[in-house]
Design a protein around this ligand. Sequence first.
Ligand SMILES: Nc1ncnc2c1ncn2[C@@H]1O[C@H](COP(=O)(O)OP(=O)(O)OP(=O)(O)O)[C@@H](O)[C@H]1O
Ligand SMILES: [Mn+2]
Length: 660
Amino acid sequence: MQTSVLVWQRQTGTFPISAGQADTGHHSTTPAFSPLFAVQRPRDNRLTFKCNLPGREDGKRRAERLAHQQKKSAKTEIGGGKKEKKGLKRKEIMVKRNLGHSTRSICLGLACLSLSLHLLLAIFCLAALQTTCVPPTPSSSASSPVPRTDTLHHRSVSHSSSSSAASSSQKLPTVPQTEERKAAPSVFDRKELGSFSDAARAGEPKLTGPSKLEELFKHPLYNLPRPELQQDDWLLRVKTEEDVKVRESQEEEREDSNPNDSECSLHYLYVPSCRQSASREEGYDKVAWTTNEETHPPWLRFHLGISRWALYDRKDPTLTQLTHYLATQRILGAVQKGGGTQLKLLLSFPNYGQALLKPMRQARDAETDVNLFYFSDFERHNAEIAAFHLDRLLGFNRIPPVVGRIINVTTEIREVTTDHRLSRTFFTSPAGNVCFYGQCEYYCSTENPVCGRPHELEVSLATMLPDLSLAPRRSWRSPWRRSYSRTKLAQWEKDPGYCDTVKQTPPYNRGTRLVDVIDMAVLDFLMGNMDRHHYETFETFGNETFLLHLDNGRAFARHSRDELSILAPLAQCCRIRRSTLLRLRLLALPEFRLSEVMRESLAQDPLARVAPLLSDPQLAALDRRLTAVLRVVQECREKHNNVVYNDLESSDQHYDRHPD
Ligand SMILES: Nc1ncnc2c1ncn2[C@@H]1O[C@H](COP(=O)(O)OP(=O)(O)OP(=O)(O)O)[C@@H](O)[C@H]1O
Ligand SMILES: [Mn+2]
């Protein structure tokens, strides 16, 4: 057996070999490039490929062997009569001559054969190497319908390490950066003009012009001075060791049976002295945070940043870190979340963060059947994501951060869940996809499964608000709630003077509650959400606080129709916050344009790599609906005084000089 050896110098980073094959150390026995065997020499970093050619001899040797055999056979024939000796000698010379001739030609032929075989083999090896080892090109991975989660994860992690500190307040961090983007200057550094929309449409946010989003967020309307916050304007605060000691001694004085336990059961995640008990739970990280803010995980910093007036400050780097956290953290547990009508899961992360998961159930831009009631429609994961971005663009900051992620339903739900009601609904579909349906009121049945491809599933993950035991919330029935009946109309649909009644009814008769509901109606109209039956507030802030815009899963369901009835609170009350109106006007200007800043904002989500989170018709609907809102305001102003509620009195004088 003869072995020929082909050696290539391995050029780190450019030689097309995947890590698992090239970096396994020396003497890999896996015939990865069969019939070649890759052997890495540990010292000189050269990869050697040995081609094994069983049962072959080289031409020279074969010729020698043949000559030897013929010589031998000729010798055995000699030994007859003397007469024959002369003739035989002549024959021998001839044979020798012939042998010499044939040996030379055989040798030559075999040498040629061997050479061409080697050449063929070398060509074959190169071809095999190329097909086996060439990594997928960016375009091929981008066109894949569902990219691998681990790829996203890996890229996100590497991105965050370089960007977390320097992250821009406008940028959400979770965009897994492509190699091109990493090498290029920041999206927001580019000054040259050009069209952004085409690149974003392809899911790869390659910006060629200045960032409209950045410009928008630089505008004074997005940088209004925050009212000075008093201690009771914060939803939560970290209890210091001192606080806990004081509390404990008070409780001991009252001879409470177990003060430590009661304290820890309520506040265990926030109270440093209770950290030990919390970290006992299986699979969770040992809690290492202190009263020092820098030690807090992003979800805790988000909780501690919730104030009376907004869920977050757009410029706080925590927001960036939080969305990155949700998109990349290891999923430790998944259980069904109660409340509401459709399937949703509560995910847990190792450092006690939690997220609300809503799965993808239909194509992002699939229009809901016109004959289906809004309350029967599937919830949409992209609607939850897009609603968060839209709310932020309107300057409200009233939706908990939501991010898209691709999860593995087998390893990240089925294998980690302790919820038997959920786990027993898993099955493999005839197409070989892993599906589940859970238990809930709507669409939790075999006929409506949520399926991976075969394991991978797009989902939205919303940051969970602080536990209700820490921060109780009050749920308010919306005065403009739909009837949720197939036959009856709601009062507001029948009574033109409905708002007058509402205006006299607490809490709408004072403070900002009415304009808060109108803000919410504007948001809902823009995204076509007809399902705002309730809204919530944090109880501790009483009536003087912002409204939480939770549950936006039924938005963005129809782009070809504008549901003007959603604007009823604005049209009937003819009242709007001045800051909201001014921002809406700004977003209608060609310099910004709602659809374009929305496209840019959504391109920051990891799922934008798979496909745009909103389609062009959905984005175009935003601009169209924005014009409709401004038209309704204009009509109001033609008929009424006092349409604009001036919430900017204490702000920039510029706005006082230009009231509307
Ligand atoms: N980010 C969040 N953090 C904490 N609680 C939340 C969050 N989002 C929603 N919830 C709570 O979970 C409940 C159910 O959520 P959601 O309304 O999204 O479910 P749903 O199935 O869409 O409801 P419905 O069918 O009524 O529309 C909400 O009423 C709210 O109290
Ligand atoms: Mn809902």
